[in-house]
Design a binder for this molecule. Structure first.
Ligand SMILES: [Fe+2]
Ligand SMILES: [Fe+2]
Length: 268
């Protein structure tokens, strides 16, 4: 796969639709880039996808929900892979407020984005969607300090932002269907890219974060960068525990960069 690819809207958990895409990552495989719609009493969109897939993303969103029904757009952090279509969605969703925390808002300000529709997530507060609450939490690793995940109190789905992501050989729709070794290697590779600081993290403290996730006993873990993970929480936490010391990432060289540019140009 050499070009970004949108898979479309798919139900992945109770009241939860994924808007999943895959992006090629140099010679390292493909990476899922997922957004989600939670069909709550007050519907919420989690992330807005990558700009490279704007039209297919908006089409998938329209398949999942009438965007004008959205009340919130949740941004876990301000990386381009998650807010690539923010302005386009805001234009289609005039009732929607953007949910982020203070640091996320500050980064939006630095990007000269419209802050008039931002609603801040205060420390210790929860997000009331009418029929459920989203309880904000810090994922076990992340690449930006504003990063916020959440636990859905009704569906018991855990949204982990960038954490639990994996580099894969090809697009998949279900983490449980990935061969265990491929899933482990892909998670270690992604963790080494996304959070190289894990190599210096305290193993005991990190292990307690992973145990806390196991105690939540989520019905599914939905990550920005992994196919939906149902029934494999223990496998995922064990893989992340291994990521403390096991991940490596060889940076592609300039010749690889030139070759990839040529491949993209040829495919366009
Ligand atoms: Fe990120
Ligand atoms: Fe990301």
């Amino acid at each position: 796969m050499t070009m970004p690819t949108m898979l479309g809207a798919e139900t992945v958990a109770p009241d939860t639709t994924s808007l999943s895409s895959f992006l090629p990552v140099a010679d390292l495989g493909v990476l899922a880039v997922n957004a989600f719609v939670i069909h709550a009493e007050q519907p919420i969109l989690v992330h807005t996808g990558a700009a490279a897939l704007r039209q297919p993303f908006l089409a998938a969103l329209a398949d999942a929900i009438d965007p004008s029904d959205l009340r919130y757009i949740f941004l876990s952090h301000m990386d381009a892979d998650h807010l690539g279509n923010l302005d386009a969605v805001l234009a289609l969703a005039p009732q929607a407020k953007v949910l982020t925390n203070f640091l996320g808002m500050a980064k939006m300000m630095l990007q000269e984005r419209d802050l008039s529709r931002v609603s801040l997530i205060e420390p210790g507060s929860e997000i009331d969607l009418g029929d459920r609450r989203l309880v904000p939490l810090k994922p076990p690793y992340y690449d930006a300090p504003e990063t916020t995940g959440f636990f859905d109190t009704k569906s018991r789905v855990l949204f982990s932002a960038d954490a639990f992501g994996a580099l894969l050989e090809s697009p998949e729709t279900e983490a449980a269907a990935i061969a265990p070794d491929a899933l482990r290697d892909g998670m270690l590779g992604w963790a080494a890219i996304d959070a190289p600081w894990l190599a210096t993290a305290d193993g005991g403290k990190f292990g307690r974060l992973l145990r806390n996730i196991e105690r939540l006993d989520p019905t599914a873990i939905v990550s920005g960068h992994l196919p939906v993970a149902r029934g494999v929480t223990g496998r995922l936490t064990r893989n992340l525990n291994d990521a403390l010391s096991g991940g490596t990432f060889a940076v592609p060289d300039h010749d690889t960069f030139e070759r990839l540019l040529a491949e993209v140009a040829a495919a366009a």
